[in-house]
Write a protein that binds this ligand. Sequence first.
Ligand code: ADP
Ligand code: ZN
Length: 249
Amino acid sequence: MPPSSAPRTHFGRGWWISAHIVPNRISLLILTIDFEGATVDIVKGNMGWIEVIVGPMFSGKSEELIRRLRRAEIARQRVQIFKPAIDERYAANEIVSHSGLGIPSDSVFRASEIMEKLLPRTEVIGIDEAQFLGDEVVDVCTKLANLGKRVIVAGLDTDYRGRPFEPMPRLLAIAEEITKLLAICVRCGNPAVHTQRLVDSEDLIVVGAMGAYEARCRRCFEPNPALAHEKKDGPQLIASNRAASADGS
Ligand code: ADP
Ligand code: ZN
């Protein structure tokens, strides 16, 4: 993102070009194109790209996806939003974050349905919970970006055992821009990279939120859900962390 003090020129429909001088041994002029919140260093013509937002449950992926999509709508870009039909925990036709933010969306059973439902003039495509759409979503995102679309995809990068959750690693490999978010460990208050399953099931997909899963840091994470409740000393850690920061120590 260019510094806000940089002189900016508006080129219509959400495209800003900002030129800023970097104080260096020699003056250097850097041109950055800031496409309403997404910054990709060099974009020429109608090039598309893929942005991926990953992290555990409760890390704010849906919030961040909704924020980017809202900004695109404010810039009057044509936006289409999709989520897998499997994830209808809160609403069938809306992406809803754990904090209650929502945005209308279209449910799809397969990634290829996104291509079928694509309107020719759509400029920005948002996809939530992409880990439920299988390998096909990688080809779909590639096609969309090659068609000149901005594709914003959110999903879990690891499963309930802490293993890479396909196809997210493949999406990360082909993305122009990656954002990794962390939640807060409910046991100790440290940054949480893991999604702890609290129900004893070996199925890869058990859809649920509060009660079935919680955010845990690498220290508190228990990959075997049957043992998840046996990790002791978490709550005490939160209390001692708070006491330590109150002391200034
Ligand atoms: P994700 O899509 O990654 O599951 P959401 O965007 O749906 O996350 O929800 C993020 C919100 O969840 C936070 O802003 C916060 O209000 C809430 N939340 C609940 N539990 C936690 C936690 N352990 N860590 C961080 N945020 C949490
Ligand atoms: Zn922890």
